[in-house]
Design a protein around this ligand. Structure first.
Ligand code: AMP
Length: 176
């Protein structure tokens, strides 16, 4: 896979969703069939021998990559969603944002009651790492083992990765 081509395919939108934030818009990856295919194929080759049971994706952009990869590996996809979106009994985890708090949830039976399911966490981007940390805690809370946390893009200005590395292995396709 051509990582430079992947990186330049991400559209950068200044001052979105608020002033001072440079937003990395991955719709320009997924809207390009060739680049999207190459990325999922690259991830497929990385994870095909890891004996994964599930891929967990973080709402909402993580769902796109996680479900495509789960399909290609022939394994289940598990959504980690913002509070109030999952219909069945959930476990939830609050985490702090720059200002205030947010909360993510997972279904209590997400891994079908199978203890020690091998789970890959996948999201489009890691910045402060708060969302990823909460998601790893949720995977562990419902009987999974998060074997790796994978991000398409890591923002190096945050050194959040150290916190995540205390909990699981971390892999990012790109960093900037
Ligand atoms: P964080 O918890 O700070 O690591 O934020 C990660 C989550 O917020 C991911 O689900 C990203 O999709 C989203 N996110 C944070 N910052 C950005 C950004 N600059 N561009 C695009 N998405 C972002």
């Amino acid at each position: 896979m051509d990582k430079q081509k992947l990186l330049t395919s991400i559209r950068k939108v200044p001052d979105y969703p608020k002033e001072g934030i440079l937003f990395y818009d991955i719709t320009t990856i997924i809207g390009n069939g060739e680049i999207f295919f190459e990325l999922i194929e690259f991830l497929h080759n990385r994870y095909k021998n890891e004996k994964l049971d599930f891929i967990a994706g973080i709402e909402s952009r993580g769902f796109i990559f996680a479900s495509a990869l789960a399909y290609s590996l022939g394994i289940g996809f598990v959504p980690i969603r913002k509070k109030g979106k999952l219909p069945f009994t959930t476990v939830s985890e609050k985490y702090s944002l720059e200002y205030g708090f947010d909360e993510m949830e997972i279904h209590i039976d997400a891994f079908g009651g199978k203890k020690n399911s091998r789970v890959l966490l996948l999201d489009d981007l890691i910045a402060t790492g708060g969302t990823a940390k909460a998601s790893i805690n949720l995977i562990n809370a419902v009987g999974g083992v998060c074997v790796e946390a994978c991000f398409i893009l890591r923002l190096n200005e945050f050194d959040s990765i150290k916190e995540i590395e205390k909990k699981t292995k971390v892999f990012n396709v790109l960093d900037i």
